[in-house]
Design a protein around this ligand. Structure first.
Ligand code: MN
Ligand code: MN
Length: 399
């Protein structure tokens, strides 16, 4: 058998990155290797010299997941099976054709969603017989509480969205569907329950439908059903992009949690924009793990895990990132386009701790002696103008 051939000359091509630091550490990689992936991951191929220790994988790309293809759309998911450290939240990326339906279903987990492009009609009925019907477009959110049955249908042009569930072991392929229940209920029972002859069920699906193709529905008004109990008291929809952003030096942020989207009691989120050259400041979160979804651009995140451990990952559109509870981290835009991402938490409130804020509000002599730094740093803490994405409520930095 012939020996597999390697490209012995690739090390001569300056376009091909090599695992060699500027200080000479490392050596050329003659392969086997995936050069395209190495080019996408410069900070994994040549990690910052400050990276060290054992930090679990904190990235997974939707491009590396199984695609569920149906007439009417597709879905793919990142759960603990794909990203084992991500125990608090799971994500599903779904697209529906014009008229394509994610069928009537429910699940044990809450569903928080962000519309990426296009429009959809969402429906739900709560435990008190109060119903909900709305159209959602780009930048809109929806939240269905656990156990509340619902559906999603693509409107003209179709749509794509991100679904986030408050349990890392959730799978969208393992929900409770109306077609599945009908298929597994004797027809005489269906007949007795609904008071119609068994023949009414002659054509029901024999198994879970999941996603199917239907026609684009008419106007919202044409589909509304008047419930004697009225509509849901807290809207399941929130227009996140319509919320004025908090502008910072280096980017912008829109925070959404149960304070401004009251139904969203188990998922808090921030939609973050980092300009080229900008950075989401060094910080951590005092309430839970962080689950990220990258929408546009390119960036890198370094996570500090304590005990000398830190690791850097490169992210791009379609990637999921993760930060374990309280681990320090920062995110840099490494590209030439704005970097947009969602950071999400299984929590009722968005909370973070800013390293700058902590240091600025601690005894300055303590900060200086602890870090062996002078007033140059501590004075700067009170008049920061660096390209750092800062979040409220840290508005008391002197201007
Ligand atoms: Mn659902
Ligand atoms: Mn964070």
């Amino acid at each position: 058998m012939e020996k597999p051939k390697r490209n012995e000359n690739q090390s001569l091509n300056p376009e091909i990155p090599q695992p060699i630091r500027k200080n000479g550490e490392g050596f050329i990689d003659k392969g086997p290797r995936d050069v395209m992936r190495d080019m996408e991951n410069p900070d994994m191929l040549v990690p910052p010299i400050t990276d060290a220790g054992l930090v679990a994988n904190l990235r997974f790309s939707f491009s590396d997941t199984h695609m569920q293809l149906n007439y009417g759309g597709w879905s793919r998911e990142i759960t603990v099976r794909e990203l084992p450290i991500a125990k608090t939240l799971a994500g599903v990326n779904m697209s529906l054709t014009p008229g394509g339906v994610r069928e009537l279903h429910w699940h044990q987990q809450a569903e928080w969603s962000y519309m990426i492009w296009g429009r959809a009609r969402i429906s739900a009925v709560n435990q008190n017989g109060r119903n909900f019907l709305a159209d959602v477009g780009p930048g809109d959110l929806w939240y269905f509480p656990p156990g509340v049955p619902h559906s999603i249908q693509g409107l003209e042009g179709g749509c794509e969205f991100l679904l986030v569930f408050d349990d890392g072991s959730f799978s969208d392929l393992n929900t409770l569907s109306i077609s599945d229940w009908f298929a597994h209920t004797p027809k005489d029972v269906l007949s007795a329950n609904f008071g119609v002859p068994e023949s009414a069920f002659a054509s029901i699906p024999s198994q879970q439908v999941y996603i199917y193709q239907d026609t684009v529905p008419g106007s919202l008004a044409s589909q509304e059903v008047a419930s004697p109990q009225g509509t849901v008291p807290l809207s399941f929809k929130y227009e996140l992009l319509a919320q004025p952003p908090v502008k910072t030096s280096g980017g912008s942020v829109r925070i959404v949690d149960s304070t401004n989207f009251p139904i969203s009691k188990t998922v808090a989120a921030a939609l973050v924009e980092i300009e080229p050259g900008g950075m989401r400041e060094l910080h951590w979160h005092p309430n839970n793990d962080e689950w990220q979804y990258y929408l546009t651009g390119q960036g890198r995140m370094t996570v500090f895990a304590g005990n000398g451990a830190a690791r850097t990952f490169d992210y791009r559109a379609g990637d999921v990132g993760y930060v374990p509870f309280a681990f320090g981290h920062y995110i840099q835009n490494t590209g030439t386009e704005p970097l947009w991402f969602l950071e999400m938490f299984k929590a009722d409130r968005f909370e973070d701790v800013s390293l700058n804020q902590w240091m600025a509000l601690s005894p300055q002599q303590l900060v200086q002696s602890n870090l062996k730094v002078g007033p140059e740093l501590t004075d700067a803490l009170h008049k920061t103008k660096s390209p750092v994405v800062k979040y409220p409520p840290y508005t008391y930095y002197p201007k």
